[in-house]
Design a protein. Structure first.
Length: 475
């Protein structure tokens, strides 16, 4: 689309540049919508490749789009987002996304927006913005808890021996965090140079950064928000849960991040309140066929209703014989994109089996749904700690065997374990489920209060917008 390169009026033009994965693209788009709603003179523009634009077009509202070409022709334009195509394509996109710096420089030089918001993973972006004298804001699509824990581990790393297999993270506001090193993100155990650069940038002195925006809300993790502000000494805005911005646009909510399957919502309509476990592992789940087979067996034998989002694999490779007939009426499989936030908000949904990606954590909490946790990558094991040990509204699917962020170390979680975990978790009388649901529901009440007029997240967005206008005025 055409934008006017010359900003002759008093508008605040904000360019938002997300990473090419839906776990980052979706919340940044929601953030752009919140900016547009906060002030009529803020003009947010999502700056994305055409393939990524296609995923957010349906739910943009006032937000504009500006596209730049994907940095390589080796990827089909329908698969420019991690998790959309094969696992190999996803790994390639992850690498290629590091090549977009020249495109970003060209766009900033041409359009000279008033402010740039970019994904925390683009570690070079603050210096690109500084090159053009444009104020820069980091968007961190996670909460303060994982970032504060990361920061402590980052500081401890220098003194950790290479063969340490267990880590205790102390000097934190809440409980002491203990975990096996293999559950830490690859940056610690894999010594990935690019990932180290991201953490160096996140925890460095950041002279060029105006502030950082988190998709969380203060009441959820107030001690950790304060701790972040104390150690990092940067302006921080806690503006979430951003997913609430879609509540009044049902169509936008269903097609948030992709073409949502509407059939599953109709199926939920026929189920008793709180009777269904929603099983979904985010936008990039590449379980092996053997694991999918065990999960199918586990859900079948759990004797509970389930709604399961499966993607990527050929169903014939893992589906047990006669499985579909046996689970008919009690189980529903979504083979594409699920309208996750709408599913979580549906009265029939009673539990969420999740990989603990931050968006899923926050969306589950915002709906007041207790969770069964099955983390397997990135910072997911740390997010699990927040749910299980700090808030107390979740239980682990499996605590036996070896769990790890490294795929080659994943142990098969047996179907019998999954069946038992789901059956026990959903025990309506007495069990731990009732207490966990009550804790999750309390969090949901405070999440809603945070985004309403007078709430902390609502206030932080206002402050951010005021600070931006102050900054532009002083230029
Ligand atoms: N999501 C969705 N439908 C799906 C799978 C995922 O709407 O079928 C959304 C989900 O609501 C969340 C995002 O995709 O907003 C996934 O982000 P998360 O941080 O949970 O996990 P990631 O995909 O980054 O691992």
């Amino acid at each position: 689309m055409a934008l006017n390169p010359n900003n002759s009026n008093k508008k605040c033009r904000v360019f938002l540049i997300p990473q090419m994965s839906r776990g980052h693209l979706i919340p940044m788009t929601d953030f752009a919508k919140l900016l547009a709603a906060a002030h009529p003179d803020v003009e947010p523009t999502m700056v994305v490749t055409p393939g990524n634009a296609a995923l957010i077009n349906a739910s943009l509202g006032q937000v504009q789009i500006l596209t730049y070409p994907f940095p390589s022709e080796s990827i089909k334009s329908t698969a420019e987002t991690m998790g959309v195509g094969s696992k190999e394509e996803t790994m390639l996109i992850n690498k290629l996304s590091l090549l977009i710096r020249p495109a970003q420089e060209e766009l900033l030089s041409k359009y000279k927006p008033d402010v740039v918001v970019s994904d925390a993973l683009f570690y070079w972006a603050p210096s690109v913005a500084a090159q053009f004298g444009i104020p820069y804001i980091v968007f961190f699509p996670c909460g303060a808890f994982p970032l504060v824990v990361f920061k402590r581990i980052y500081d401890m790393q220098q003194s950790m021996s290479i063969d340490t297999d267990h880590i205790t993270v102390s000097d934190l506001p809440g409980p002491k965090i203990e975990m096996p090193v293999r559950e830490l993100p690859n940056y610690r155990i894999g010594h990935d140079e690019e990932i180290n650069k991201i953490f160096d940038s996140l925890f460095g002195s950041w002279p060029d950064v105006f502030g950082i925006v988190f998709n969380t809300f203060r009441a959820l993790e107030s001690e950790y928000c304060k701790e972040y502000e104390r150690v990092q000494m940067k302006r921080a805005y806690f503006i979430g849960p951003v997913s609430f911005c879609n509540t009044s646009n049902v169509d936008g909510l269903i097609h948030r991040g992709g073409e949502g399957d509407v059939g599953c919502l109709r199926w939920l309509d026929g189920k008793e309140d709180g009777s269904v476990v929603f099983v979904s592992f985010g936008s990039q789940c590449y379980f092996k066929s053997e694991q999918l087979h065990e999960l199918a067996i586990g859900l079948e034998h759990s004797r509970r209703n389930f709604l399961w989002v499966v993607r990527g694999n050929n169903m014939e490779e893992w589906m047990p014989d006669g499985w579909e007939d046996r689970i008919a009426g009690r189980g529903f499989v979504v083979k594409g994109w699920a309208p996750q936030v709408a599913i979580l908000a549906h009265p029939a949904t009673g539990a969420f089996m999740t990989h603990c990606g931050w968006n899923s954590v926050l969306e589950g909490l915002s709906a007041g749904i207790p969770m069964l946790t099955w983390p397997f990558a990135a910072e997911e094991f740390i997010n699990e700690k927040l749910l299980v040990e700090v808030i107390g509204c979740a239980a682990k699917v499996w605590d036996g065997g070896k769990r790890s962020t490294r795929e080659e170390e994943h142990e098969l979680v047996p179907g019998s374990v999954i069946a038992h975990a789901v059956f026990k978790f959903m025990e309506p009388a007495g069990g731990e489920y009732v207490a966990m649901r009550s804790k999750a529901q309390n969090v949901a009440v405070s999440a809603l209060a945070a985004v309403q007029e007078g709430g902390s997240s609502h206030g932080d967005i206002r402050d951010l917008v005021n600070n931006l206008f102050g900054l532009i005025g002083s230029k």
